[in-house]
Design a protein around this ligand. Structure first.
Ligand code: VAH
Length: 317
């Protein structure tokens, strides 16, 4: 059985739906520190768990006979810069608890998300290689960089079957944007539908690696269901789909909403975005476990506007 920690978050909530559709509702227990998403918090299939509380995670593992944990709880880059020690504690303590449960054989397999945030200003920024300089300048990036070291250590030292992906910015419509620097690319669609205008907190030519949620979920399911022998990297795999700038997103939105207006007011998140790569080389993931993305920027814009228009019941323009 599967336990998802942080199931009400941006990725966690969609991962829960997908895993339930594959393995059946009863085999996927969702947990979060608060039941924000009522669809997820189905009675008997949901537990309130603080990801920093080892005892409550272990109790849930024993109660439901869990053998696989997806640890999707974390404090993201922008919020992490406001609360550095909270970000360090949440992101690291939760990882140690889950790795130790696997080391002590209470569970068999772990998924833990890393991020392009492990890269910093000294990393080659175009077509960033799998193995390269990682000097992250955000607390979030530091937790992901050192988390990868711990994942590889627990695999080499204790044989823990932990698997990880360096997600790019992820775009989805089901949840509200939550403290990420790349979340401008989520907000812009919500604002395009509700107000036909958006004041972007990054400058117009800030190119970042991005991915539609459906691609991110596919990669997560694929790496976790691949044969263990295919997983040659136990730190974390680079994962890429497309890269684009706020200007390019705005142009793709204008094809559907011609009078959409965008303005740019860069804030503290501009420094974070400037420290990250513009594009990622994910050849290792494509070679080792046949990764490939599906959604282009045009596909994303079409789907986001369709779903958000449907969500607020206005006719698709
Ligand atoms: C963030 N969405 O912005 C996350 C992600 C690469 C970005 O890690 O913090």
């Amino acid at each position: 059985k599967i336990l998802i920690i942080g199931a009400c978050g941006q990725i966690g909530s969609e991962l829960t739906f997908k895993l339930r559709s594959i393995y059946g509702n009863d085999n996927v227990i969702a947990s979060d520190i608060n039941p924000a998403n009522l669809d997820i918090a189905k009675p008997g299939l949901f537990e309130i768990i603080d990801a920093q509380d080892y005892a409550s995670i272990k109790a849930c593992v024993e109660k439901y006979n869990i053998d696989t944990i997806y640890l999707m709880a974390a404090m993201l880059s922008a919020t992490g810069e406001k609360f550095p020690m909270k970000a360090w504690d949440l992101n690291m303590n939760s990882l140690f608890h889950v790795l130790n449960l696997a080391k002590d054989k209470f569970i068999k397999q772990v998924f833990w998300p890393s991020s392009i945030a492990v890269f910093g200003p000294t990393t080659p920024s175009e077509n960033t290689p799998q193995h390269t300089i990682t000097e992250p300048t955000t607390v979030y990036g530091i937790t992901k960089q050192v988390g990868e070291r711990w994942c590889e250590y627990y695999n080499q030292k204790y044989g823990v079957d932990v698997r990880s992906l360096r997600y790019p910015g992820i775009i989805s419509w089901k949840t509200q944007p939550g403290g990420g620097t790349t979340d401008y690319a989520v907000e812009i669609y919500h604002k395009a539908v509700s107000q036909k205008k958006y004041d972007c907190f990054l400058s117009e030519n800030t190119k970042l690696p991005m991915m539609f949620m459906d691609d991110a979920i596919k990669a997560t399911i694929d790496i976790m269901s691949a044969d263990a022998k295919a997983i040659k990297l136990r730190s974390s795999y680079n994962l890429a789909a497309i890269s684009f700038t706020p200007k390019e997103v705005a142009q793709s939105i204008k094809q559907h909403i011609p009078d959409f207006k965008i303005s740019y007011t860069p804030d503290y998140r501009q420094d974070i975005a400037n420290s990250w790569p513009k594009s990622i080389n994910d050849a290792a993931a494509r070679e080792d476990w046949n990764w490939k993305h599906d959604f282009s920027l045009q596909d994303i814009t079409k789907e986001m506007l369709f779903q958000l228009n449907k969500k607020c019941n206005t006719a698709v323009p």
